[in-house]
Design a protein around this ligand. Structure first.
Ligand SMILES: Nc1ncnc2c1ncn2[C@@H]1O[C@H](COP(=O)(O)OP(=O)(O)O)[C@@H](O)[C@H]1O
Ligand SMILES: Cc1cn([C@H]2C[C@H](O)[C@@H](COP(=O)(O)O)O2)c(=O)[nH]c1=O
Length: 215
């Protein structure tokens, strides 16, 4: 019996890398898979890892009917031995239901990857449904670290390095500090205190924080 497997963790903990490795390992054994993604930082219809690897994928938008997509491909004679779904936090609950149906009714294993919670610590709809449905939920072993050295468990959204708590749930961005709006992974202690690396440095130096809106 095929399983629906959900791999989760904070941003920047290696989920897309593992998705690409999972695809590679299956292809090495002559299997053919379907890769899904949504809103990858590198662009549409791409799974990309910060280690530099990337692969083409089918972009999942809110209107994508995942079951129908897979059924149409199989009917057209394509082989689908496994399904990989990256950025699965952005899928709708119905799309995740379809992933479960693919595992159950087609006996095709499904590997989903995504962050659990948003910048306000609330579950994403896709991740919530995956927790409800998955046969296995696994937290990645690679530990992304908070600036204090503790294991990072939460994703903070930042503007100019300062944590914000207002805004749309979905804003594509990175943890690399390059954009004005970005993300930083923090331990719960520092997420609760809204203390990012920048605000910790400011607090230590006694300087005034930069005049960015903090929401
Ligand atoms: N220059 C680097 N050298 C070694 N490892 C790196 C480097 N850049 C990124 N990584 C690894 O890649 C991980 C991020 O992988 P990625 O698949 O992009 O994460 P996610 O999909 O979870 O956001 C980091 O946790 C780190 O282990
Ligand atoms: C916390 C949070 C994140 N996002 C976005 C930012 C990135 O584009 C992705 C996560 O990608 P990763 O491969 O896991 O680094 O999600 C968002 O839209 N809203 C949020 O609250």
């Amino acid at each position: 019996m095929a399983e629906l497997h959900f791999f989760t963790g904070t941003m920047d903990c290696g989920k897309s890398t593992l998705a690409l490795q999972t695809d590679y390992n299956h292809r090495r054994r002559g299997l053919a898979g379907l890769m899904l993604t949504s809103h990858d930082r590198a662009g549409v219809a791409t799974v990309s890892s910060r280690l530099g690897l990337s692969a083409d994928a089918v972009e999942v938008s809110p209107s994508t009917q995942v079951w129908a997509l897979v059924a149409a491909r199989l009917t057209a004679g394509a082989r689908i031995d496994y399904v990989i779904g990256d950025e699965a936090q952005f899928y709708t609950a119905e799309q995740v239901d379809d992933l479960g149906r693919i595992a159950d009714e087609l006996d095709v294993p499904v590997y989903a990857f995504g962050i659990l919670t948003d910048f306000r610590t609330r579950l994403f709809p896709g991740s919530a449904r995956l927790v409800e449905l998955a046969d296995r939920v696994e937290t990645l072993q690679v530990e992304a670290l908070c600036w204090c050295g503790r294991r990072a468990t939460h994703n903070a959204r930042t503007v100019g390095g300062i944590m914000v708590t207002e805004g749309e749930q979905v804003v594509v961005g990175d943890t690399d500090g390059a954009g004005v709006v970005g993300y930083e992974v923090l331990c719960r202690h520092h997420h609760r205190r809204r203390m990012t690396a920048v605000s910790a440095r400011v607090a230590e130096s006694g300087a005034e924080p930069l005049p960015f809106a903090t929401g």
